[in-house]
Design a protein around this ligand. Structure first.
Ligand SMILES: *[C@@H]1O[C@H](CO)[C@@H](O)[C@H](O)[C@H]1NC(C)=O
Ligand SMILES: *[C@@H]1O[C@H](CO)[C@@H](O)[C@H](O)[C@H]1NC(C)=O
Ligand SMILES: *[C@@H]1O[C@H](CO)[C@@H](O)[C@H](O)[C@H]1NC(C)=O
Ligand SMILES: *[C@@H]1O[C@H](CO)[C@@H](O)[C@H](O)[C@H]1NC(C)=O
Ligand SMILES: *[C@@H]1O[C@H](CO)[C@@H](O)[C@H](O)[C@H]1NC(C)=O
Length: 278
């Protein structure tokens, strides 16, 4: 083969192992209106010890047999760091995916949701800290094999992303131990703890964020086997949670069992946090 042919063959091979993101960021109010402005789908993040943060997200697609409830470790997922050869995991996890750009070598064969699903992802959240929200390419909407949600505002995207720092802080001695990006080996190491956290309804150890997504029309219950709802396990005192007030005034505080005082404290901390992040 000539060097050119070898180069072309190599490029094809590189492309084949990566995946494109069938979505894009948007500021269009038309797209934003297309999203369900009154939807009350909630994500709750929890970290050690007894920290929690909750906010609303919006459904972009639901898989056929979805109950609308997903629980697992939230991790960044990107085609820059994962490909078809990346090991898969049986530990429950949820993919946090930027819709701002495709990998420069993204292939048109596999989309990132199919890739995430093949690694065991239970759901995906698309986010953009720079634009209003993310929109899926239309052809994906009805044929998704994964529940896909989007952040409704740039600040909601930033605040979710910011919580990875909470898990890093929770590792205390070694922030590098925190599970931030998809990593099958780290997930395997944390398997017992993550599964126990989901069962108990709070993070039993540091190093990861436990996410509970509860869709507005869920057909299952978000309550754990031990009878605790996500975020109810003593989140008051150490919570850095905030409920973001959305641009359209559509977000109110999450409904699940909190006293008014906790709300106010939570909203205040959230506002301070928002000011610090934005
Ligand atoms: C949306 O607006 C922000 C701020 O003006 C800009 O940085 C961003 O690139 C815009 N996004 C799109 C998709 O046009
Ligand atoms: C939008 O959300 C509301 C409340 O959560 C729900 O009743 C309604 O069915 C949703 N509409 C669509 C089109 O999903
Ligand atoms: C709050 O955090 C402090 C220090 O991290 C810890 O000692 C305390 O037990 C925590 N309280 C609760 C209710 O988790
Ligand atoms: C990524 O690539 C797909 C396929 O070409 C395209 O439809 C999508 O808009 C791209 N997304 C971004 C953020 O560039
Ligand atoms: C829940 O709402 C989403 C978005 O409107 C829809 O795609 C899905 O089919 C609904 N699921 C159920 C069980 O009603």
């Amino acid at each position: 083969m000539t060097p050119t042919l070898i180069l072309i063959a190599l490029l094809f091979q590189l492309q084949a192992i990566l995946a494109f993101t069938p979505a894009s960021p948007t500021n269009s109010t038309l797209d934003a209106v297309g999203l369900n402005a009154t939807e009350t789908t909630q994500i709750t993040l929890q970290w050690f010890s007894h920290g929690s943060y909750a906010q609303f997200i919006v459904t972009a697609a639901r898989s056929k047999d979805s109950t609308g409830i997903s629980k697992g470790a939230l991790v960044h997922f990107s085609e820059d760091k994962a490909n078809k050869d990346t090991p898969t995991t049986s530990v429950p996890w949820i993919a946090f995916i930027s819709c701002d750009a495709n990998s420069t070598l993204a292939s048109l064969d596999t989309d990132i949701f199919t890739l995430a699903k093949s690694k065991g992802a239970l759901a995906a959240i698309l986010y953009t800290p720079y634009s209003q929200t993310c929109v899926l390419n239309p052809e994906l909407g009805t044929a998704s094999n994964l529940d896909i949600y989007v952040t409704p505002t740039p600040s909601s995207a930033k605040l979710l992303d910011y919580q990875f720092q909470s898990s890093q802080i929770a590792t205390q001695n070694n922030p590098a131990d925190a599970l931030v990006d998809y990593d099958a080996a780290k997930l395997a190491k944390l398997q017992a703890d993550i599964e126990s956290s989901i069962k108990q309804g709070y993070a039993v150890s540091g190093e990861y964020l436990v996410a509970t997504i509860s869709a507005f029309n869920a057909t299952a219950d978000a309550v754990t086997e031990d009878g605790k709802g996500a975020g109810e396990a003593g989140s008051a005192s150490n919570s850095t949670a905030g409920t973001e007030s959305g641009t359209a005034g559509k977000n109110s505080a999450p409904e699940r069992g909190r006293a008014d005082v906790v709300y106010i404290v939570t909203l205040f901390v959230g506002a301070v946090l928002a000011a610090a992040v934005l």
